[in-house]
Design a protein around this ligand. Structure first.
Ligand SMILES: Cc1cc2nc3c(=O)[nH]c(=O)nc-3n(C[C@H](O)[C@H](O)[C@H](O)COP(=O)(O)OP(=O)(O)OC[C@H]3O[C@@H](n4cnc5c(N)ncnc54)[C@H](O)[C@@H]3O)c2cc1C
Ligand code: SF4
Length: 532
């Protein structure tokens, strides 16, 4: 049997890395089990000419399409939004767009302010020092002084706007609406051993330049140097429980499919909003017949995705196309609730860049705007690098029937049941989608677009996975307490996106990582009394 670990962390993504690094200073024996591999940046698509094609293959954002041996399948026919993730060291941060806004203070109090969902058991002020710490560790570029937020500092200057954001910014100016350079975990200068962004594009298929702050190059090297053991190709099947109801360790499979048991004093779930409920639901015992830490029946429920709306305009001028980071600007104009709009809460707009060379051709053929035949080249020239627009990230309110369960038949290559997703778009989201499209069309026309297209929600836009093991003070309505500890099992913690009580209307990763750092900090302070 393996030596007992003080702490075993499952998952080496955004939250697992931040937590491991923070806990390393305790000098406890910390082991992280990750089902995927390390990445070799030389393999990233941006280093080859077939980059765009590989985006739809072995580097696809959908695990069901990617189908690597390190992925697990997801049964998602009952969901209008499909999951996007990455399974390997760095987790979703390897493929993410690195657009990293914080929550607004109001996001923690939506029940009090707007009478919907629940308030969080913690507030913005609690997380603020951990947001700051995470900004430094991940390396954030941006511009301090955004009136949408309480004051904060930003370690690096903002990314260049590029032609695309400049033209869209002019549209916002005409309407007098808010916009500001985004916070992005993309280096705009040399930073902590990372070179600056060189506008390679394709950030969402891995950054070969190393400018994008994925946790395999930010937290992990530091955590490992400080003594954390990261074991790759280890896929956890279940958490085991002793007669006293405490977690005793985890059962996992190695790359050869051989089963192991890793005993541990503390078990920490960092498998994301889908992977964490999946493994806890699969950890059934006489004491917990419906899954571990699930006496409330809340585990797997309240799945939130952020319905994502694309509003794209065509311009006569040449813009950036795919060259440059996906998003470098944002607008919080419609973020807070205004009931005259017909929905509760709101959304952020991220300015998107443009389409790649192959994507322009494929989309043009699909929509009929770029036909085959004599008119082809002329039509292609009219569209190539002449489009840009906005992505709206809508606040998704928690609903118990939007949930993760275990699929009765589908399994991964180790025979572990696959997650089954059921998700329906709410009426509030539908009304918000219509509003975001109408206002987004207005702003792109003001910017000079001669045609505007929109789509929402994006069917393959399930890249934000939240809410399925939410935190709260009431054990009947939440899975973990206000510092991430399972109400039912005193040595079991959740630190990933599953924790979210509400989704806010911004990308979630800085909040996920701030939460992981906050939970690590709380745990360090309470080590002597942790199991009381
Ligand atoms: C294409 C794309 C674009 C995105 N863009 C943005 C963005 O611009 N801004 C933003 O804030 N967020 C973005 N995200 C989301 C972001 O990646 C996630 O919010 C973040 O990575 C979630 O962190 P996490 O710690 O909850 O889980 P993850 O980072 O997903 O890590 C979970 C890890 O657990 C491992 N794991 C799961 N199950 C097991 C098991 N049974 N055994 C062992 N290991 C296991 C997985 O392999 C994975 O490595 C994007 C995501 C994608 C896919
Ligand atoms: S645009 Fe910048 S951050 Fe994105 S992949 Fe290229 S170098 Fe990396």
């Amino acid at each position: 049997m393996a030596d007992i670990a003080d702490v075993v962390i499952i998952g080496a993504g955004a939250s697992g890395a931040a937590f491991a690094w923070s806990m390393a200073e305790t000098k406890m024996r910390i082991v992280c089990l990750e089902q995927g591999d390390w990445n070799n940046p030389a393999d990233f698509p941006a280093t080859r000419r077939d980059a765009e094609a590989r985006n739809g293959g072995d580097w696809a954002i959908s695990p069901n399409r990617r189908q690597r041996v390190t992925d697990y399948p997801i049964a998602e026919d009952a969901s209008c939004i499909k999951v996007a993730n990455f399974n390997g060291v760095g987790g979703g941060t390897v493929l993410y767009g690195a657009h990293t806004p914080r929550f607004h203070p109001s996001d923690f109090r939506v029940k009090s302010l707007d009478g919907v969902a629940e308030d969080w058991p913690i507030d913005y002020a609690t997380l603020a020092p951990f947001y700051d710490l995470n900004d430094r560790m991940m390396g954030i570029s941006g511009l301090a002084g955004d009136p949408a937020y309480p004051p904060k500092t930003v370690p690096m200057p903002p990314l260049p706007m590029g032609r695309s954001s400049e033209i869209v910014g002019r549209g916002f100016n005409k309407l007098g609406w808010h916009w500001w350079p985004s916070d992005s975990t993309i280096a705009s200068t040399d930073y902590d051993g990372r070179p600056p962004c060189i506008n390679l594009g394709l950030c969402t298929a891995g950054c070969a330049q190393g400018a994008k702050g994925s946790t395999d190059i930010t937290y992990w090297p530091k955590a490992i140097r400080a003594g954390v053991e990261l074991r790759t190709r280890c896929r956890v099947r279940e958490i085991t429980i002793g007669p006293d109801g405490m977690a005793t360790g985890v059962i996992y499979y190695d790359a050869d499919g051989i089963e192991h048991f890793q005993p541990a004093h503390i078990v920490v779930m960092a498998c994301n909003g889908i992977g964490t409920p999946r493994i806890l639901l699969n950890s059934k015992s006489e004491r917990f017949p419906n899954g571990l830490a699930n006496s409330s029946d809340q585990l797997g429920r309240n799945l939130m995705f952020h319905p994502y709306v694309s509003i794209f305009g065509w311009f006569h001028d040449e813009l950036d196309g795919e060259r440059g980071p996906d998003n470098a600007m944002w607008s919080h104009q419609f973020y807070e609730t205004d009931t005259t709009r017909g929905f509760t809460r709101g959304f952020i707009w991220e300015f998107s860049r443009g389409q790649g060379t192959a994507a322009t051709a494929i989309d043009g053929l699909q929509t009929g705007t770029i036909p085959w035949g004599p008119a082809h080249h002329e039509a292609y020239r009219r569209y190539h690098r002449r489009g840009t627009g906005l992505g709206a990230i809508l606040e998704d309110l928690p609903e118990p029937n939007n949930r993760v369960t275990l699929d009765p038949t589908l399994t991964d290559s180790n025979g572990i049941p696959a997650p089954h997703i059921a998700y329906t778009l709410s009426d509030n989201s539908r009304r918000m989608i219509d509003f975001a499209i109408a206002r987004g069309t207005e702003v792109l026309k003001a910017a000079g677009a001669y045609a505007v297209e929109s789509e929402g929600p994006l069917p393959y836009g399930g890249w934000h996975l939240m809410g399925t093991a939410r935190m709260g003070r009431n054990p009947q309505t939440s899975v973990v307490n206000e510092w991430g500890r399972a109400h039912d099992v005193k040595n079991l913690f959740v630190i990933d996106g599953s924790l979210f009580v509400t989704s806010a209307g911004v990308n979630p990763t800085p909040t996920i990582q701030a939460l992981a750092l906050y939970i690590a900090d709380t745990m360090k302070q309470r080590l002597a009394t942790l199991f009381e």
